[in-house]
Design a protein around this ligand. Structure first.
Ligand code: B12
Ligand code: SF4
Length: 476
């Protein structure tokens, strides 16, 4: 999709760094696509999505950057991306000439001072569409550019001391341009759970007002900002016309929170008759189950939903500050099943008060709900979450080697925190048990076969089964 600008000097390369042991390249980074969109009118921008483009090692990225010689290289940092990025930045800083390094994203926003120690020159904390343009204007010496002290929500070092500037206000989401997907190199994004790879993500809101202890809150805070539904549907129509997408993924953190927003969006989508499938893969809350909304979402093409159920024990749900109950989860699954949805339920294993019995409650509850996919993640205190601060304050974080902060995988992972009662090995075994008990059941296999309506459903089921078996074999 990228424009041919091979002969132009590159002002900024935006990098989604490689992650070892990465499970699914489900969608491209909409954060980088928004940043590219605000930069493009002023600067020559390129994108490198390492995992999605098959670039898995620091060495490959180093060579790529040496060849391209961008003036600035900006990294999107989830916690797992930090070790590889540090390797890249430190190696390039040994060269006679190297780019100016920027970083932003979840890890950099949660721990800006520590992230500067990786060699990054400037960090944009939080939402960065305005920040990145101001930073580029400064770095590129534009007349009237602000000086770093006057650019809000950045961190940098001066004389070895970290400077963090005043906090910037969240922006008006209705002023954002469309994400610049035309600058991305890939046309298709493969995912094991869906029927087509011709897919792009869309965000109709930013943020979530809840405060679950394990969730990341440093970028969009605890408010929710909705876009005008008409603009969102215009964007989707543009994606279909321009990139021939067959599906889209809504990345909102709390799409069903506002009935009015969800209903208006779906009604407009139905009116436009775009004939696109879509899914809500990030999880919606079970306490916002409204049958009228679910019926219209289904009619508008939504076929897959993920529900944040998290535990089969009400006390654990309280401890996690989920503000939901098992009964609400039961009701939600029943209503989504009634409308024929493919349902994923997310569960977490390892809340601070978790015991073998409460994990058993979760396994029993998952079996009772019998969704199409039950995902049991190892509760990992990720920087930016309340749980991280809790374990850090207690001195119970065992390592800050970030490559181990992976909630999908146990393979090659050291323990990252001291759980109050369960050992790391017990947590690992409990999670393996959850997967085995849930999936290796006649009732589960039977319900999956009963859903098949066509040969393509069957091939998708096989694709899911092989992906899952590969995951079980290598990572539990
Ligand atoms: C959609 C999503 C995904 C998608 C797409 C990921 C992506 N990075 O775009 C998929 C499914 C692929 C995914 C994968 C993973 N995800 Co995810 N994901 C999300 C989710 C729900 C929304 C992210 C999003 O699109 N936000 C919207 C855009 C507009 O915001 P943004 O990406 O943050 O970008 C803005 C700023 O951060 C900043 N910015 C971002 N990059 C840069 C770069 C520079 C140079 C600058 C200056 C600024 C800047 O500017 C952007 C515009 O304002 C968040 C939840 C959340 N609350 O953010 C979790 C979240 C980001 N994911 C998380 C995790 C852990 C992962 C995985 C590691 C899971 C795994 N084990 O594989 C991988 C990591 C992938 C990766 N390489 O980053 C954690 C990260 C926490 C942390 N401390 O690292 C979050 C916060 C969820 C949580 N657990 O609380 N994820
Ligand atoms: S887990 Fe879901 S409901 Fe809880 S704060 Fe995060 S996005 Fe909101």
């Amino acid at each position: 999709m990228q424009k041919d600008k091979k002969n132009d000097a590159v002002d900024i390369l935006l990098v989604w760094p490689p992650i070892e042991n990465y499970f699914s390249a489900a969608v491209p980074s909409i954060g980088l696509a928004y940043l590219a969109a605000v930069l493009e009118p002023h600067y020559n921008v390129r994108i490198l999505e390492c995992n999605n483009e098959g670039m898995y090692s620091a060495d490959a990225v180093i060579e790529y950057i040496r060849k391209m010689k961008p003036r600035v290289a900006g990294f999107h940092l989830a916690t797992l991306c930090v070790p590889c990025t540090e390797e890249i930045v430190k190696a390039l800083k040994e060269d006679d000439e190297c780019p100016v390094f920027l970083a932003g994203g979840p890890h950099a926003s949660a721990l800006p001072a520590e992230t500067l120690d990786t060699g990054i020159d400037y960090i944009a904390i939080g939402e960065a569409e305005a920040t990145i343009v101001e930073l580029m204007d400064y770095i590129c010496g534009k007349p009237n550019a602000l000086s770093p002290d006057d650019i809000e929500s950045i961190a940098f070092k001066r004389d070895g001391q970290t400077v963090i500037t005043n906090k910037r206000k969240l922006l008006d989401v209705n002023t954002l341009p469309y994400p610049a997907w035309h600058l991305f190199n890939k046309e298709d994004y493969s995912g094991a759970l869906r029927k087509t790879d011709k897919i792009l993500p869309v965000m109709s809101s930013r943020g979530c007002p809840e405060s679950c202890t394990f969730c990341y809150k440093e970028i969009f805070g605890t408010s929710i900002r909705f876009r005008n539904p008409k603009d969102v549907v215009d964007e989707i129509e543009y994606l279909k016309d321009t990139f021939q997408i067959e599906q889209f993924a809504i990345l909102d953190e709390n799409f069903t929170l506002s009935k009015k927003h969800a209903m208006e969006f779906c009604n407009l989508l139905i009116e436009r008759d775009l004939n696109l499938g879509w899914y809500l893969g990030n999880g919606v809350r079970v306490d916002s189950t409204d049958e009228e909304v679910i019926a219209i979402m289904k009619k508008a093409g939504n076929y897959r939903i993920a529900l944040g159920v998290d535990s089969g024990n009400d006390d654990i749900l309280k401890e996690l500050k989920k503000r939901i109950t098992k009964e609400q989860a039961r009701n939600a699954v029943a209503v989504y099943k009634k409308y024929g949805y493919e349902i994923t339920t997310f569960f977490l294993i390892g809340a601070p008060s978790e015991t073998k019995q409460t994990v058993q409650d979760t396994i029993d509850f998952a079996i009772e709900l019998n969704p199409d996919i039950a995902s049991f993640n190892n509760l990992t205190p990720l920087p930016g979450s309340e749980l991280y601060k809790y374990y850090d304050a207690k001195g119970d974080l065992l390592t800050k080697d970030w490559r181990h902060y992976n909630y999908f995988y146990y393979k090659d992972r050291d323990p990252v925190y001291n759980h109050p009662t369960l050992t790391w090995d017990e947590l690992r075994k409990l999670r393996t048990k959850a997967y085995r008990k849930f999936y290796f059941r006649f009732g589960y296999v039977f319900s999956q076969f009963r859903r098949l309506k066509s040969f393509s459903d069957f091939t998708l089921l096989l694709k899911k089964a092989f992906t899952f078996l590969g995951f079980m074999k290598t990572n539990l």
